[in-house]
Design a protein around this ligand. Structure first.
Ligand code: PHE
Length: 335
């Protein structure tokens, strides 16, 4: 093989090999300059043509053209492959990196406290019931022996949805007492956690939307002694054996006699508070039994309703009820 022919074959072989080995576009461009650039190997081969014997020139010239074409085509092909790879890989995927842990949420403090309260009552034999937030005046007031002129029925105190139809947001969980007793015969032993709504001025201890746990126990011979004993047991379970409970005479249309329960616990004492009003309760008024068709001669019962926010505030030492409803994560993450 003639020397120029051999040189061209070498240029072709090395050029192809170096292009295939170019790892990125920059490396490939360096190979392009080396072989196909203005001072590259192919150009140099063309420049040698006039120095060759006349009879060799056509064949070597043809070969130089072929080498030029082959390398130009190979360059283009490799360039496209590298560009495609660069586009496809994007940000590098490193399978050895630790995964991103999903943020684990938690239950709202009021939900946690509600669960604690309900669990204690379940151990005492109570079932859980619920009822609608949107009520009728019948369930919220009438069947609870609350007369038409009672202040709670005023539009100033209650959110009416349709005043003329008597549809409203329940002001307490007590209407569920009526729903439960309409559906089942005694004995009844239920607790009812749920939301309540009042047109209260919102401040550190009042909210227009708050939660209660209602309790209802109806059986033969249920007495005030059961009411007091069960409430005291419950609060000691929830807040510790040092907790003290006080019953003050009160009035509710649907219980007779009626009481308010005040609490005194170590956490309260630590914050310099003596007694905190925590619940209303009493013996179910026989008039309520009449509304649901229970025989008041046979059955007696007690009922209570306590504020969940108040209990949570004692339990956690929180001094502003509004914190529960502001969804500030700095507050919520503490529970
Ligand atoms: N429903 C009353 C209130 O919201 C509380 C209560 C419930 C009182 C059951 C007596 C019996 O104030």
């Amino acid at each position: 093989m003639s020397k120029p022919r051999q040189q061209l074959e070498t240029i072709k072989r090395d050029g192809l090999a170096e292009m295939a080995a170019a790892a990125d576009l920059a490396a490939l461009d360096a190979v392009r300059v080396k072989y196909l650039g203005r001072k590259g190997a192919v150009r140099a081969a063309f420049d040698l043509l006039p120095t060759l014997p006349k009879e060799e020139r056509p064949a070597i010239g043809a070969l130089a053209n072929e080498v030029n074409q082959v390398l130009t085509a190979a360059l283009e092909e490799r360039k496209q492959a590298l560009e495609g790879a660069a586009r496809r890989s994007g940000p590098k995927l490193d399978l050895t990196l630790p995964g991103r842990a999903p943020a684990i949420g938690r239950q709202h403090p009021l939900t946690q406290v509600t669960d604690q309260i309900v669990r204690i009552f379940q151990r005492m034999g109570f079932a859980v019931a619920d009822g609608p937030d949107i009520e009728t005046e019948y369930y919220n007031f009438d069947a609870l022996n609350t007369p038409a002129d009672h202040p709670a029925r005023d539009i100033q105190d209650t959110f009416y949805i349709q005043k003329d139809q008597g549809v409203l947001l329940r002001t307490h969980t007590s209407p569920v007492q009526v729903h439960v007793m309409e559906k089942q015969q005694p004995p009844v032993r239920v607790v009812v956690p749920g939301r309540c709504y009042r047109r209260d001025e919102i401040d550190a201890t009042h909210h227009a939307n708050f939660q209660q746990v209602e309790g209802l126990y109806v059986d033969r011979n249920v007495s005030v002694a059961n009411l007091k004993g069960d409430c005291e047991f419950f609060f000691k379970q929830l807040l510790g054996p040092q907790t003290r409970v006080r019953f003050r005479p009160h009035f509710f249309p649907f219980t007779e006699p009626s009481f308010e329960i005040d609490l005194n616990s170590p956490t309260l004492r630590a914050r310099g508070k003596e007694w905190l009003e925590i619940a209303g309760c009493g013996m179910v008024n026989p008039r309520v039994f009449e509304y649901v068709g229970y025989d008041a001669e046979q059955w007696t019962g007690y009922a209570f309703g306590m504020g969940i926010e108040r209990i949570a505030m004692i339990l956690y030492g929180i001094d502003d009820i509004r914190l529960f409803y502001e969804n500030d994560l700095r507050f919520l993450r503490q529970f």
